[in-house]
Design a protein. Structure first.
Length: 192
């Protein structure tokens, strides 16, 4: 009986560690401070953000900073995004920093006309550990491997979705005011 209990406990531990090693979480962040984490079971939670100083090399005093609760200790480094077609222009830098932080810099794309929280310009220097990719359709999906920025050495596999340009979505009250204004114009036009 004791052997069966030990065998059962060992199989549960083995299954839990196998799930941990294969677990895939998804972190999605954009330039406006909207971020989320989807765990391997499909549960979604919002990521917190602030505007703070980046202690990394060449870091700016005021930059969009996300807290990554799902990643226990991501490898530090920079993910640099180029504007398509691949060329020397870096449009965005996503910097993995200490204490589960992700700094979002934007500013190298002249076509980006939105005034977002991340539009601070790019850091003056880079981390030694750097990955460069080409964004497509204003997004970049990235799953780091061992040693790359954002990789979790504790075994969690995390995929990052970086949304580099989005149009701010008007809040419902603003949309309602626009609708009421349009309706008022129609009523006034019919009376005239």
């Amino acid at each position: 009986m004791k052997f069966a209990s030990l065998l059962g406990a060992a199989s549960v531990l083995f299954a839990a560690s196998a799930l941990h090693a294969a677990a895939v979480g998804v972190v999605t962040v954009n330039e406006f401070g909207v971020g989320s984490y989807t765990d391997p079971l499909g549960n979604v939670s919002a990521l917190t953000f602030t505007v703070a100083s980046d202690p990394g090399p060449g870091g700016l005093a005021s930059v969009l900073k996300y807290t990554l609760p799902a990643v226990s200790s991501p490898v530090a480094g920079d993910v640099k995004l180029q504007v398509p077609p691949a060329g020397p222009t870096i449009s965005d830098v996503l910097r993995f920093g200490p204490s589960n932080t992700l700094y979002f810099y934007s500013g190298g794309d002249p076509a980006d006309s939105h005034n977002s929280t991340a539009d601070t310009g790019l850091p003056a220097a880079s981390n030694a550990n750097t990955f460069t990719g080409v964004r497509g359709n204003n997004t970049f999906t990235y799953t780091p491997t061992a040693g790359q920025p954002g990789f979790d050495p504790n075994g969690w596999v995390v995929t990052y979705n970086f949304i580099t340009e989005v149009s701010p979505i008007p809040e419902p009250a603003s949309l309602m005011l626009l609708g009421l204004g349009g309706a008022a114009l129609l009523v006034r036009r019919r009376k005239a």
